[in-house]
Write a protein that binds this ligand. Structure first.
Ligand SMILES: [Zn+2]
Length: 396
């Protein structure tokens, strides 16, 4: 078993770099921080268990007034191991660039510490964390029911800002070479990704960020052009048809299907230099370690918001996103580890979560926690799905 030795060595090196050299991003010279970052990368790849004593995590969160949206999302994030361990070890204090106190990250970590307390608390009060969140995102003040997906996006964005390894204002580097048309697609995508990491690089990015490719094909001159965008979740449309059950695959197919754009709605063709009839397709260029899939149940029309109650069935152990990736990328397998549910109507709803641990699946309904059989996960209330890349399953 040579692996633990390597892990231990890396860890010890990291620790001594931090402890003895007083390694702070502000004071570190480039070579040291490069070494440090590479070592942290190795640790991340090794996906080792944190050296911290953990409770069961089967602990509820108190509802402090319409906060079920927050409770459900926090339970899902609390079961995102790469994030949980990063918080509990407070590794972000060493990695973050900003000198400002990471108020929200500390408050979030405080909640996770309660949920994973070895003593096994009865129930955790998320009040301090919610206050810190509302200070960071005033839009969420007030007592009305909030959308869990919106909350998740804001939360990850604010946490990222606090623990970013890059300075807040970093001038974008010039990547003129990408403008040459001859450059290969993969190189173009990689250059865009590198540029993103120059400004935005954190554990949130390590875990949740991927890259979407939008390819545009002009039907007049056959010119192809690509744009790449960073994403932190996939928001999928639910196909409208008379049946009461659709599959996640059908939602993904709809998301990634070739879309016809008539000349008025299409962007300018680079070659024709005018708007032409075109087709557009979205694919995943770079797969994140954790993919958050939002089933877009709410449709906003001119006068109202309506909710789709179609049951979307989803795979639990083998979600293959390969067909939505680059050509010939082979199977890309993900494993489900958390689901956020929304029951009720647009205005009177309730959020709950199911999360997986070594003992199976647990149903988190605010302060109550109970075991749930895997075959009861599928429901017309499933709203946000959390999948982890199954690195053991990658066979190229
Ligand atoms: Zn054209």
């Amino acid at each position: 078993m040579p692996e633990p030795v390597v892990e231990k060595t890396c860890e010890a090196l990291c620790r001594s770099l931090v402890a003895h050299n007083g390694l702070q991003p502000e004071s570190a010279d480039i070579s040291r921080s490069v070494v440090y970052t590479s070592l942290m990368g190795l640790l991340l790849v090794a996906d080792k268990k944190a050296d911290i004593p953990l409770g069961s995590g089967q602990v509820g969160l108190r509802n402090i007034g319409n906060t079920c949206f927050l409770n459900a999302v926090v339970q899902c994030l609390s079961h995102t191991r790469g994030l949980r361990d990063y918080c509990l070890t407070k590794a972000y204090l060493q990695e973050k660039h900003s000198k400002q106190e990471p108020v929200l990250m500390n408050a979030f970590t405080h909640v996770l510490s309660g949920l994973w307390d070895v003593q096994g608390q009865d129930c955790v009060n998320p009040g301090r964390f919610y206050s810190a969140f509302k200070d960071a995102v005033p839009y969420f003040s007030g007592y009305s029911q909030q959308d869990a997906q919106e909350f998740l996006r804001f939360l990850l964005d604010r946490l990222h800002t606090e623990i970013n390894r890059r300075p807040a204002k970093c001038p974008p580097s010039e990547t003129t070479e990408t403008k040459h048309k001859t450059i290969r697609l993969a190189e173009q995508a990689a250059a865009m990704w590198k540029k993103h990491l120059e400004r935005d690089d954190s554990r949130i990015v390590d875990l949740f960020s991927g890259q979407l490719r939008s390819s545009l094909h002009c039907s007049v001159c056959s010119h192809y052009s690509n744009t790449f965008d960073v994403f932190c979740d996939l928001s999928l449309p639910i196909p409208k048809r008379s049946g009461d059950t659709v599959s996640l695959k059908e939602c993904l197919d709809l998301f990634s299907q070739v879309e016809k754009l008539d000349a008025e709605n299409a962007p300018l063709c680079e070659r024709c230099r005018r708007r032409t009839e075109s087709t557009k397709r979205l694919t995943i260029q770079r797969f994140p370690k954790v993919i958050v899939i939002h089933l877009n149940r709410f449709t906003t029309s001119r006068y109202s918001i309506s909710k789709s109650t179609v049951c979307v069935t989803f795979p639990i152990n083998h979600l293959d996103l390969g067909p939505y990736g680059p050509v010939d990328c082979g199977p890309v397998l993900y494993k489900l580890y958390a689901v956020c549910y929304h029951s009720g109507t647009v205005n009177m709803g309730h959020y709950t979560a199911c999360c997986r641990d070594e003992d199976g699946w647990w149903y988190y309904n605010d302060s109550s926690v109970q075991q749930v059989p895997e075959d009861q996960l599928q429901s017309s209330q499933a709203y946000v799905l959390f999948y982890q890349l199954d690195s053991n399953a990658i066979r190229k």
